[in-house]
Design a protein around this ligand. Structure first.
Ligand code: 3H9
Length: 696
């Protein structure tokens, strides 16, 4: 019999304790164990009730995601839950930690539910490209009504015990030990002679306008389909008898299981966790970091300082003058006010951060005690070198010196110090207290415990940290530069920025590249292009329409105009009519006859450029694994999660066909479209990018 479920007797109560660390996922062994222990309890003379309780961190975190995509093994979770619910014994769930997905569905199959106040429940299957598939879409609406149930399952968010109680999901919330609470609750129910109350026997809730709800949720999903399908499953709970509703849910769940979106999202789930799990850091202890110095209090420096302060670190922020320091304090105060408003910190924490944890300083000498200093000054090698010379002079031995540069050579920066082993890049994304990505850029001399500290700091700040090697732009900006160039080249060939944005927004990006450029500020790209031209690295057909926009003072949203006109507000963009003539001037200058691009062709070229450069980044060891690229693009560049990342997407659409496309584009521009050797190798070997992830 499965050792995942311990069986014990407490008087007339059989206690089933789930022991499947780390999070009690409902694996095959757990399902079988629960089934067998239910049989045992029903055959055990004198048992009148069953208490199900989880050991360790959770009640249940849901179905075992590692089993998805493999042939399902009996007992299936919906059958197990039906079996629990149909038991003649009174069955009670005592919940703590999380009860998610199938975990909540098990609880809904029990006759009563008690939870500790810190418990959280949710149906997050949509984040895996699925819907709840073990009765959640049928039982939850019977308890809460349709709209709250749809909110829970289409957002996938976790709900605290009190809210869940108010919604009718949990019967009792009580502080204390889940086992003791559960036993006392079952005893009380038995003493009161409480009848079993299967949720499936409750009346279905009132209907809503299903088609409008489906359409609205589909539109909100930006191409992701599973949230909308929750509506159809819940509709079945209202319109069909329970058993038929379950069948409808099962069919939708099964259909979604076959989709590429499910594959992409499950890849994202595991990659998000694997990305900071580097074999080279096994057994390497990070250096302690409690106190950091931030050099520069502009948007980026203030964002980094905010992230550190919100994580409970002390921050010395250095600015060049008292006035600039006050401006930086204002930016941080603004960020913290936002955190207070969103309930991320209390009023007391907010005040303590501003009065105690944050110090604005104007002299490098005050940084002598910091554990780590990160500079976020102007993106210029000479300026960076001066900053590092000062940090090298004042920082204590063992302090880590980090640069937030987006492009510049960390090795060259490190070489100007007496301690290159203590130097690394920590590339945050703006706004740094919001964006999840952190590139930990490892130089040739960076010591392993310094790398480990970069990852430990990322974890403290709640970031997804990715290891990157040194090259122009590291992982993310290097790939961005290439697919942006592909977009610019398409414009030269005849596509409009608006067609390109529309095609990529339909692909699932929140914003197309030209809307993003407007948001980030067109001056950034302008500076890069000027630098590249000065270094002799201009593309063969060098477009100038974007420079013309900048020369006229249009830097995007911050000046009210860029590719789009924002006169009616940042969200109400309309194409800027001045842009098309600028592009036409490039066509005339370069002697190009523009041609039409379909949306499909736009996506295909843009993605081919992204994948090809990504493969080069992996092949050169700048990213260690394909999943490192996928997570960089997902968390820093708005890549749609349901495609899993560019290299997962490439695996799904097929590498051979992609390589064929790239070779056909190379006829026009052999340098830009030179196929990545790694991509050619994978195609020759009949392998996928994901095969390289599995090697670890
Ligand atoms: C479902 O239930 C479908 C049903 O409706 C129908 C079925 C028929 N399975 O995140 P952490 C692993 S769909 C397998 O680092 P935390 C995770 O990979 C499921 N493994 O910890 C990691 O492994 P490693 C619906 C799982 O404290 C380790 O546990 N449920 C599962 O930050 C620790 O995880 C969900 O979608 C799983 N279900 O967060 C919940 N869950 O150490 C998904 C976790 O090797 N899980 N692992 O890297 C979560 O949201 C978070 O993991 C959780 C813990 C909040 C539970």
């Amino acid at each position: 019999m499965s050792d995942k479920i311990a069986y014990s007797r407490q008087g007339d109560i059989a206690v089933l304790t789930v022991q499947n660390p780390p999070v009690n996922a409902l694996s095959h062994a757990v399902r079988q164990g629960l089934w067998d222990r239910m049989d045992q309890a029903e055959a055990d003379a004198g048992v009148r009730a069953v208490l199900i309780v989880g050991e360790g961190r959770a009640f249940f975190a849901g179905a075992d995601i590692t089993e998805f995509g493999k042939p399902p093994l009996e007992p299936h979770l919906p059958d197990l839950i039906n079996r629990i619910e149909a038991s003649p014994l009174l069955v009670v769930a005592s919940m703590h930690g999380v009860s998610l997905g199938g975990g909540l569905e098990v609880a809904l199959g029990c006759h009563n539910r008690i939870a500790v106040p810190s418990a959280k429940v949710g149906l997050p299957e949509v984040h895996l490209g699925l819907i709840p598939g073990a009765g959640g879409t049928q039982r939850l609406p019977r308890l809460t009504g349709v709209e709250p149930a749809l909110d829970v399952m289409t957002t996938g968010r976790h709900i605290g015990a009190d809210k869940a109680h108010a919604l009718g999901i949990i019967d009792v919330v009580q502080d204390g030990d889940p086992m003791e609470n559960g036993l006392a609750y079952v005893q009380k129910l038995l003493a009161e002679g409480a009848a079993r109350s299967p949720v499936s026997e409750m009346d279905p809730p009132a209907p809503i306008d299903w088609d409008s709800a489906f359409d609205a949720i589909l539109a909100r999903g930006r191409g992701q389909i599973s949230p909308a399908w929750c509506v159809r499953a819940v509709q079945a709970s209202v319109e069909k008898p329970f058993a038929e509703g379950l069948k409808a849910e099962r069919q939708i769940f099964y259909d979604l299981m076959q989709t590429d979106q499910r594959k992409g999202m499950i890849h994202a789930f595991f990659s998000e966790r694997a990305v900071s799990n580097l074999p080279e850091l096994k057994g390497v202890d990070p250096r302690p970091v409690q106190h950091i110095g931030v050099i520069g209090g502009g948007t980026m420096g203030a964002g980094i300082a905010t992230a550190a302060l919100l994580a409970g670190l002390r921050v010395h922020l250095l600015e060049m003058s008292a006035q600039a320091g006050e401006a930086a304090r204002g930016r941080i105060a603004g960020n913290l006010a936002g955190a207070l408003k969103r309930g991320k910190i209390s009023a007391d924490q907010h005040d303590a951060i501003l009065t105690q944890a944050l110090q604005i300083v104007t002299s490098y000498d005050t940084l002598s005690d910091v554990d780590l200093a990160v500079e976020a000054v102007f993106e210029d090698m000479e300026v960076k070198k001066q900053v590092f010379a000062e940090l090298d002079r004042v920082c204590k031995p063992g302090a880590i010196l980090a640069s937030n540069t987006s492009y510049l050579d960390i090795d060259a920066i490190a070489a100007t110090t007496s301690r290159p082993g203590d130097v690394l890049g920590l590339h945050f994304f703006s706004p740094a207290h919001v964006m999840k990505l952190l590139e930990v850029v490892v130089g040739a001399e960076t010591a392993p415990d310094v790398v480990a500290t970069g990852f430990a700091l990322g974890k403290m700040l709640g970031k997804i940290s990715v290891r990157a090697g040194v090259c122009d732009g590291f992982i993310g900006n290097r790939i961005l530069a290439t697919y942006r160039t592909a977009a610019d080249q398409m414009i030269l060939d005849g596509a409009s920025p608006y067609d390109i944005d529309a095609a990529l927004e339909a692909f699932g990006f929140a914003m197309g590249p030209f809307a993003v450029a407007d948001l980030a500020g067109l001056d950034i790209g302008w500076a890069v292009r000027k630098r590249k031209r000065a270094e002799g690295q201009a593309p063969k057909r060098d477009a100038t329409y974007a420079d013309t926009l900048c020369e006229q003072g249009h830097f995007g949203q911050k000046t009210g105009k860029g590719y789009y006109d924002y006169a009616a507000g940042p969200k109400a963009r309309v194409p800027n009519p001045d842009v098309t003539p600028m592009i036409e001037a490039d066509h005339a200058r370069l002697g190009i006859t523009p041609r039409l691009f379909t949306r499909e062709e736009i996506v295909r070229r843009y993605m081919a450029a992204m994948v090809n450069e990504s493969a080069k980044v992996v092949g050169e060891g700048i990213a260690r694994r394909p999943l490192d690229v996928d997570m960089t693009l997902l968390f820093g560049y708005g890549f749609p999660r349901y495609h899993g990342g560019p290299l997962k997407w490439a695996d799904i659409v097929g590498l051979e066909a992609l390589l064929k496309d790239i070779k056909s584009y190379a006829i026009e521009d052999a340098d830009f479209w030179a196929p990545a050797p790694l991509l050619e190798q994978l195609v020759a070997d009949g392998k996928t990018f994901d095969d390289l992830n599995k090697k670890g």
